[in-house]
Write a protein that binds this ligand. Sequence first.
Ligand SMILES: [Fe+2]
Length: 379
Amino acid sequence: MVRDAIVDDKLAKKFATEKDSPYTRWIESEGLDIIPAHYVPDLRIVELKPWDRRGGLGVFINHEASRTSNDCYVCEIPSGGKLAPQRQLFEEMILVLDGQGSTTVWNDAGDRVSFEWQAGSLFAIPLNTWHQHFNGSGQRSARFVSSTNMPPVINLYDDVDFVFNTQHDFENRFDGDPDYFANKGEQKGLLLDTNFVADAVNLPLIEAKERGAGGGHIRFAMAKGSMNSHISQFPTATYKKAHRHGPGAHVIVLSGEGYSLMWLEGEEPKRYQWGPGSLIVPPNMCFHQHFNSGTEPARYLAFKHEVVSIRNGQGVPKAWISQRIGGDQIDYADESPLIRTAFAEALAEHGLEPTMDQFYEAELADLPPKSNEAVVQPA
Ligand SMILES: [Fe+2]
């Protein structure tokens, strides 16, 4: 059983100082807040504070479990403004939420590449390259959300000057190719090998049936980074299979409307309504399930970190494997009847009905027997 295991204040107090870390102290020294939540209704309007060192505004968002692996922050560049140049010994992936502008990336060898972005653009900053973001509009602000693996890096060195001011070009990460941030890429299985996606909201996807209803999917490993990300889409009046995994998946809704249920094993599911700009960060080993109750396909981007994937002996993430054989995905056949009635009610608000029967049916072909239904093989 994985429960939240809440204890009395006396025991909690003994560990209180361990919640503090070089990473959290650094954010405090930047004058910024950490929103300690696993759900933000709309990143596009979440409140920010002045971030003087960078020349914009910002807020960090991470709850307990993702504070030691990867994090998330939102940053705004004022109209007509630019952020200060920065280099950093951690990786960063960026989704533009609002506005338009450009970024220049360069290294100490003198290679320099600039590219333009707009709302929906997705890219990564190559490790330790200098980079500077510019707002391309004099009328409106530009806002982006980033996921980084800054927490373990700052916690390891506990030396901000080293993390942000070390002169070293990682030549295998950034070679100054003028097309480095071109909007093109080679597809390798589920992976799109690229460093820049101009429009993640409308990027063509690849079919992936393992995760439930009508799934379109594509994976990225940008700027030769160790963190990965993927986009998933599913049709109206459908929902995905519930699953659970380690902490650090930052799910950002790109389009569509719906809700997610999240629950720790043995507890009641809680419901989180979403639309474009919503962020959901499923806590460690917390079941979660995404429902499209709107009238359009729903698409989300997930920024991840390797600790998200708890893998079996073959290297397959257990979140892709049926709970019936020891994985962490709940098959439709095994879900609570309440899941289906609640979904039908949510769709009825839009005059829609579930279109899940075909997916319940399709699942049966590969559904492993329940352990107490195991077929006895002849000797
Ligand atoms: Fe997940």
